[in-house]
Design a protein around this ligand. Structure first.
Ligand code: ADP
Length: 319
């Protein structure tokens, strides 16, 4: 394989730059040319390309976001659009494509190979940890650390003022971020899409904790389960003291990646190029039991990653 292309697509995640760097450096070291596609599938259709050499990815490992930028490209769900994209890649001599992104982006990549025979390798990059067949996606660990840092700060004020804080975190369909951040900050409760919320029981639990002498209260809510405002409205009259709402929003998506994410991204970036080199495509780089292995894209995308319920159990065992 003489020339490959790399892109980031969909929601950005910390560590995407470290993955780009690994793809470019490993490919260049293996005598391949690398085309950087800017702005995801939209940039591919616009031929918004840059040649990437060894130096072009210097100093980006520690940066959040993605130097290739990202976008959403709704027309990519159409087969004709994907056929056009494949033609553009062939025109530029691209023999393999690495797509770094979430579930949506990986779907686009899967169809590109299925219908248009473009060899693709996906790298899971999303803070939601909702991609199946990989223990972790790039960006999850950094996001968790950002959330934990924020909750820890809110806990200070919650203690000083003896208030309840309802903290809304990201997670459209997965309660992973809410569960783990709640667990490691000793939150009183988590509200996640996987489990129907019982406000009566939640209110009673908070009151019990208060009777046991706890002076602060943190409830972590995944955005996909309920809004923080709804949770506050239901709880306030049951617990009888003031609640404050914090919606963490997009700060969860940015920031310098943690050592874990840099390492995962570096390993996955190298693996992606190695797979293409060996003729293994239509796969995603996947972390399974500590190893990076290829997972078939259709297998990954036909299932939903479910939350490990042992984590939920652990939160109740420890509170
Ligand atoms: P993420 O990759 O973070 O999940 P999106 O779901 O927004 O983000 O998807 C990013 C882009 O991937 C979309 O804008 C679109 O271009 C492409 N995409 C998403 N779903 C599909 C699909 N079913 N078929 C083809 N392309 C898709």
């Amino acid at each position: 394989m003489k020339k490959i292309a790399v892109m980031t697509s969909g929601g950005d995640a910390p560590g995407m730059n470290a993955a780009i760097r690994a793809v470019v450096r490993y490919a260049v070291n293996n005598d391949m040319k690398v085309l950087g596609i800017r702005r995801g599938y939209a940039g591919l259709l616009d031929e918004d390309f840059i040649e990437m050499d060894f130096a072009s990815v210097g100093g980006i490992m520690e940066k959040g976001g993605t130097i290739l930028r990202s976008s959403r490209c709704p027309e990519f769900v159409r087969k004709e659009t994907r056929a056009e994209a494949a033609k553009i890649l062939v025109k530029h001599g691209v023999e393999g494509l690495v797509v770094i992104g979430g579930e949506g982006s990986l779907h686009g990549a899967m169809f590109l190979e299925e219908e248009q025979k473009v060899p693709v390798v996906g790298i899971p990059g999303t803070i939601d940890n909702d991609i199946a067949l990989t223990d972790m996606s790039i960006g999850v660990d950094t996001c968790l650390n950002t959330v934990v840092d924020a909750i820890q700060k809110l806990k200070d004020t919650a203690s000083s003022h003896e208030r309840a804080f309802i903290v809304e975190v990201m997670g459209r369909s997965s309660g992973y971020i809410a569960t783990v951040s709640g667990l490691v900050t000793g939150a009183e409760a988590i509200v996640i899409p996987e489990i129907p919320v019982n406000y009566e029981a939640l209110g009673n639990k908070i009151l019990r904790e208060r009777e046991r002498g706890k002076i602060n209260c943190i409830v972590v809510v995944a955005e996909g389960a309920a809004s923080a405002y709804t949770v506050a409205r239901h709880l306030e009259h049951r617990i009888g003291y003031e609640t404050r709402i914090t919606i963490l929003g997009h700060i969860q998506r940015g920031g310098s990646p943690t050592a874990f994410d840099r390492l995962l991204a570096s390993r996955m970036g190298v693996a992606a190029v190695e797979f293409l080199k060996r003729g293994t495509s239509y796969v995603m780089t996947s972390l399974q039991g500590g190893k990076i292995v290829p997972a078939k894209l259709d297998e990954v995308l036909k299932q939903k990653k479910s939350l490990n319920m042992e984590l939920v159990e652990l939160t109740s065992l420890l509170s």
